[in-house]
Design a protein. Structure first.
Ligand SMILES: N[C@@H](CCC(=O)N[C@@H](CS)C(=O)NCC(=O)O)C(=O)O
Length: 212
């Protein structure tokens, strides 16, 4: 395999970037991290805006071409570097794995994003307690559905970690940071523990990557 030149526009605590870091590690791809400091709002200003018009991380540059949106990036990596695969080959199993990943990426994560929290606070004057309840609500709704849908396999994607696991682990990291109780999700917590014990997940952890 030819190793491409990869630059990942990254923020240590971004769960969307964390997904991509895990995927790169699973695929054994070396990359250069380009930190974008979200707390300093670098994502919303030039020069990063020109890189990603949404003003969100992650963005990846591979051999000079850019891709945005974590799931599009992971899909690209999985197609270009197929081993090990991040989604099952069987169409039904693949759809089930995609559905679990999309619960995180489309339904849990967006209302809890930094820009959403800022809008709630600054434009709608929602206080700390209100924002904590907002987080608990969206996290709880999505995680309860995932717990009910989680298969009886070691990982959400089956016998090996895959796309839904890459989405789950950063989301549970976020849940713990926000003191969201996880007692009602024993299957998810067990899968998370299995994943985080793997080197590819451990090396992508925010504490290992470090603050900018
Ligand atoms: N759907 C996007 C979400 C990207 C996203 O929301 N990134 C967050 C960090 S996890 C971000 O850049 N937030 C900056 C902000 O809200 O201003 C993806 O999967 O890449």
């Amino acid at each position: 395999m030819t190793q491409p030149t990869i630059r990942l526009y990254d923020y240590w605590r971004s769960s969307a970037a964390y997904r991509v870091r895990i995927a790169l590690n699973i695929k054994g791809l070396a990359y250069t991290s380009v930190p974008v400091n979200l707390l300093a709002s670098e994502q919303s200003a030039e020069p990063y805006r020109a890189t990603n018009p949404q003003g969100l991380v992650p963005t990846i540059e591979i051999d000079g071409r850019r891709i945005v949106q974590s799931l599009a990036i992971i899909d690209y990596l999985d197609r270009r570097f197929p081993a090990p695969p991040l989604l099952p080959a069987d169409p039904f199993a693949r759809a089930d794995a995609m559905a679990l990943a999309l619960i995180v990426a489309c339904d849990i994560h967006p209302p809890l994003n930094l820009r959403m929290g800022r809008r709630l606070k600054q434009d709608l004057s929602v206080d700390d307690d209100g924002r904590a309840r907002w987080t608990e609500h969206w996290m709880g709704e999505g995680l309860a559905a995932m717990e009910a849908m989680a298969p009886d396999t070691p990982y959400l994607a089956g016998e090996a970690p895959g796309l839904p696991d890459l989405c789950l682990v950063p989301q549970l990291y976020n849940a713990r940071r926000n003191a969201v109780a996880l007692d009602s999700y024993p299957k998810l917590v067990a899968i998370d523990a299995r994943c985080t014990a793997l080197a590819s997940f451990a090396a992508a952890h925010p504490d290992r990557v470090g603050a900018p």
